[in-house]
Design a protein around this ligand. Structure first.
Ligand code: PLP
Length: 372
C-alpha cells in the first residue's frame, strides 16, 4: 500500500512505539497511586507533558491531557461558555472549521449561544476585515483553526488572536494539523492538539490553557488534571505523545523541507488538468487537495485500492456528507465530487508518491475515455 492520507492519521514513529512499550508490557501501576511505581508512572506523564508543552511553544499556561483533540475542543468551547462573564454570549468561528468545533458550536447555539459562522474567501482564507466588523464587547470566544484538515490552508492565527483580545474575547485555536508541522503562532489562549497526527498513538490529545483562561471542569470524578479532567490517565499514551512531540520538534525543519520537495514532485508527476483547491502559497504543503473536470473521485479511489488517499474530509468520510469545506470555497457539487486529497509527510518517499501520482493521473484519463 502507498499511504497518502496523512491528514487522517500518521504512522506511529518507531521511537514512539519503543518509548511506549515498557508502559504497556511491564509498568502497569496507576499513576495516581502513592506507591513508588505509581510515582514513577506519574513522573513519566509529567515529562511527557513538558515535551508536548515545549513543542506547542506557548508560554504562561498549562497543559491537560485529553482522550482526543475532539474532546479538547468540546471542553474548550463548552467550558468557556460555562464560565462566561455576564453580557458575553457570542461565539465567532469559520465555515471551514472541523466538525469537532462546528458541531459543538451548533449544539451551544441550541442552548442559547449567539453563533456567527464567518465565510471564507474562495482561496480558503478568512478576510480579516469581515472578522473586524463582527468583533464587539459581546464576543466571548473566537475559534479558528490554524491549518485546515481538508485543504491545508493556513489562517493568520496571531493576528486573529490579537483582534480577539482587543475586544476582550478568548481565542481558541484548533492546531491539530499544524502541530509538529509548522510553528504555532503566538497568541491563542486555548490550543487543541492530537497525538495521532504527529506520529503518536491514537486516543490521546491535549488542551493548552493560558493562565486565567482555563475552561470549567469537563469530566468530574477523581480530580486528575488539576481537577479539570478527571479519569485515570494512561502513562503509555501520554509517554507516546511526549515522545512524538519531542521528535516532531527536533525534526521540524527536516520534515518541513522533505514535505516541500514532495509537494513539488507530486504536482510535477500529476501533470496538467488538475486544479488545486484552496490557496497554493498560504498552505501546509503536505496537503494536496485537487480536482479535475469530470472525474468521479469515489470511482478513482475504488480503482486504486492499493493507494490510500481521501475524498473530502477524512474525519467525515463514510458519513456521505458532502465536504462543507469545499462548499465554503464556492465549489459546486460536481467540482467537490471530483476532488481528492493526497496527504504525505515524514515517512513518504518521493518514489512512492510519484508512482501514486502517475497512477492517479492515468486512472483519471481512463475515466475520461470511458465516459466520452
Ligand atoms: N481538528 C482537526 C483539524 C482534525 O484534523 C481532527 C482530526 O482529523 C480533529 C480536530 C479531531 O482530532 P482527534 O482525532 O484527536 O479527535
Amino acid at each position: 500500500m502507498i499511504y497518502l492520507d496523512y491528514q487522517a492519521t500518521t504512522p506511529v514513529a518507531p521511537e514512539v512505539a519503543k518509548a511506549m512499550h515498557p508502559w504497556i508490557e511491564e509498568k502497569f501501576a496507576n499513576p495516581h497511586s502513592p506507591s513508588r511505581w505509581g510515582h514513577e508512572a506519574e513522573a513519566a506523564i509529567e515529562v511527557a507533558r513538558k515535551r508536548v508543552e515545549k513543542a506547542i511553544g506557548a508560554k504562561g499556561g498549562s497543559l491537560a491531557f485529553t482522550g482526543s483533540a475532539t474532546e479538547a475542543l468540546n471542553w474548550a468551547l463548552k467550558g468557556t461558555v460555562e464560565k462566561a462573564p455576564k453580557g458575553r454570549n457570542r461565539i465567532i468561528t469559520l465555515a471551514t472549521e472541523h466538525a469537532a468545533v462546528l458541531d459543538t458550536c451548533e449544539w451551544l447555539a441550541g442552548h442559547g449561544i449567539d453563533l456567527t459562522i464567518l465565510p471564507v474567501q474562495p482561496n480558503g482564507r478568512l478576510d480579516l476585515d469581515v472578522l473586524a466588523r463582527e468583533l464587539d464587547g459581546r464576543v466571548l470566544l473566537v475559534a479558528v483553526m490554524m491549518v485546515n484538515n481538508e485543504i491545508g490552508v493556513t489562517q493568520p492565527i496571531s493576528e486573529i488572536a490579537r483582534m480577539a483580545h482587543e475586544v476582550g474575547a478568548t481565542m481558541l485555536c484548533d492546531a491539530v494539523q499544524a502541530f509538529g508541522r509548522l510553528g504555532i503562532g503566538d497568541g491563542p489562549d486555548l490550543i487543541a492538539v492530537s497525538a495521532h497526527k504527529i506520529h503518536g498513538p491514537k486516543g490521546v490529545g491535549a488542551l493548552w490553557m493560558r493562565k486565567g483562561k482555563e475552561p470549567a471542569p469537563f469530566i468530574h470524578g477523581g480530580g486528575q488534571e488539576q481537577g479539570l479532567r478527571s479519569g485515570t490517565m494512561s502513562p503509555a499514551l501520554c509517554v507516546g505523545f511526549g515522545a512524538a512531540a519531542k521528535l516532531a520538534e527536533e525534526r521540524l525543519t527536516r520534515d518541513y523541507d522533505h514535505v516541500q520537495k514532495l509537494w513539488k514532485a507530486a504536482i510535477h508527476a500529476l501533470g496538467p488538468g488538475w486544479i488545486i483547491n484552496g490557496c497554493t502559497e498560504c498552505r501546509y504543503h503536505g496537503n494536496l487537495n485537487i480536482r479535475r473536470e469530470g472525474v468521479d473521485a469515489a470511482r478513482l479511489i475504488a480503482d486504486l485500492r492499493d493507494i490510500a488517499f481521501s475524498l473530502g474530509s477524512a474525519c467525515a468520510s463514510g458519513s456521505g456528507r458532502p465536504s462543507h469545506v469545499l462548499r465554503a470555497l464556492g465549489l459546486d457539487y460536481r467540482e467537490a465530487r471530483s476532488s481528492i486529497r493526497l496527504g504525505f509527510g515524514r515517512y513518504t518517499t518521493q518514489q512512492e508518491l510519484v508512482e501514486a501520482c502517475h497512477r492517479i493521473a492515468r486512472a483519471a484519463v481512463e475515466q475520461e475515455k470511458l465516459d466520452a
